[in-house]
Design a protein around this ligand. Structure first.
Ligand code: ADP
Ligand code: ASP
Ligand code: MG
Length: 421
């Protein structure tokens, strides 16, 4: 017998029939003698629908109320799954985040999990129940409902797995594993049987939404064995077959796995660029611009400061598109009062494309191959950022798919490699 956390995403929970299939799959694991905690997402499209309603009422809705609203999606899907399991003769009980409780900080719409009390879950498991816990949400120290950022049910599942010391966390989704890039954009993308934790972390942080980045961080920190697999197969496939399907995220380094120079391409459409022209080139300017942005809880990603001309310079940075309007407000209301500037230019028609691979740091010329490939396709690079295991570029968003396909091909990712099992 093992203790397993199973997360099912929006598409997997997308209709009554799909919920019944999830229930069949869960019941199968329960019948096979495992203790199962299920973490469902809201039904497909529901979170977007709810946030869309809020957007009709306000340009910049109160984040606390957004969380009250968005958290209902998972509450509904969790209760429906409990009912589906009960209809199949399985004793199941659902809980919201605050009932567990899943304790978070107070950063509405992107809260971080601080602590989970696993006792209530464990008590029910020991009474042979299947326990369902809403994904995506928790409660802050003042008792307000919070949500964990889009895609946050992955993080709920891994954090719960860590809290109850589960043997495995299985992320069931609408693809059968982690691919070299999004298979919806590049049909030739290949599924990996294993991916290293570092690479998965980088892919997730650079926009591969198959796993939310904080889920990968938790898995690394608490050594939770994590697997991404399909929820769209026959729900009755034998447990022994299912447990080796999909992609395993390996925490331990596997010495037999040759480090791929480039193992994946990630991209994010969620970018926006802000350029402040003609700011004085003197100490304190970067902090004068970026500190108010950080104080407003807006994450800044890429940053460029140009060479100074006549004592002034241009300063560009990118933010997540969801923080774009607020960032512009902070610039107009705070930054431009502290820092003299000639003009502010904003652009949300940009995207970020990244190549990722732990073998990259020991191979010269990987970044230049990326740049020359984009040049051949006529794609202009607006910003660049690099680390040991990734190179990212900011480009116009209409070129995103072209760029991803060209890079996937030039780095040979459509071909079979030796690290496939
Ligand atoms: P869920 O609702 O199950 O959480 P998501 O839509 O959040 O599912 O994540 C699964 C989707 O992630 C896939 O349908 C796929 O389009 C996308 N994706 C992006 N990058 C990758 C990748 N490298 N490998 C697999 N899927 C990817
Ligand atoms: N329902 C939330 C979202 O759509 C959380 C999740 O699905 O992981 O972002
Ligand atoms: Mg997801």
């Amino acid at each position: 017998m093992s203790l397993i956390v199973q997360k099912f995403g929006g598409t997997s929970m997308g209709s009554i029939e799909r919920i019944q299939n999830v229930a069949k799959r869960v019941a199968k694991w329960h019948r096979a003698g495992h203790q199962v905690v299920v973490v469902p997402s809201a039904m497909a499209g529901e979170t977007n629908r709810l946030l869309g309603l809020a957007a009709e009422l306000s340009d910049m809705p109160d984040p606390r109320e957004l969380d009250m609203l968005a958290a209902t999606g998972e509450q509904a899907s969790s209760a429906l799954l409990a009912l589906a399991l009960q209809a199949q003769g399985v004793d199941a009980r659902s809980y919201t985040g605050w009932q567990v409780p899943v304790k978070t900080d107070s950063a509405y719409t992107k809260a971080r999990i601080k602590e989970i009390d696993g006792q209530r879950i464990l008590n029910d498991l020991n009474a042979d129940k299947v326990v369902i816990v809403t994904g995506f949400q928790g409660i802050d120290p003042e008792g307000h409902i919070t949500t964990l950022g889009r895609g946050g049910s992955d993080t709920s599942a891994v954090a719960i797995a860590a809290a109850i010391k589960a043997d495995q966390c299985l992320i069931f989704t609408d693809v059968d594993g982690v691919y070299t890039t999004d298979p919806r954009v590049v049909p030739e993308a290949r599924r990996m049987n294993v991916i290293s934790f570092e690479e998965m972390l980088e892919m997730a942080s650079l926009g591969s939404k198959v796993l939310q980045i904080r889920a990968v961080e938790f898995a690394g920190k608490y050594k939770v064995p994590l697997r991404v697999l399909s929820s769209l197969t026959d729900p009755e496939i034998p447990v022994e077959e299912e447990i080796v399907s999909g992609t395993l995220i390996t925490i331990e380094e596997d010495p037999s796995m040759e480090a791929a120079v480039v193992s994946g391409i990630a991209f994010s459409r969620d970018e926006a660029k802000i350029t402040i022209l003609g700011v004085p080139d003197r100490p304190g300017i970067a902090s004068g611009i970026l500190s108010p942005i950080a104080d407003a809880n807006i994450d800044v990603d890429m940053i460029i400061q140009n060479q100074s001309v006549d004592g002034t310079t241009d300063f560009s940075f990118t933010v997540n598109r969801s923080g774009f309007k607020q960032a512009i407000k902070v610039i107009n209301e705070v930054v431009l009062k502290n820092v003299n500037a000639r003009e502010v230019i904003t652009d949300d028609k940009v995207c970020k494309v990244s190549i990722v691979g732990i073998g990259m740091h020991s191979h010269a010329g990987v970044a230049s191959k990326m740049f020359s490939t984009l040049a051949e396709e006529g794609v202009n690079i607006q910003m660049i950022s690099t680390s040991e295991i990734k190179t990212s570029v900011l480009i116009e968003d209409k070129y995103m798919e072209l760029a991803v396909r060209a890079l996937h091909k030039v780095f040979g990712l459509d071909q079979e490699t030796t690290d496939e099992e």
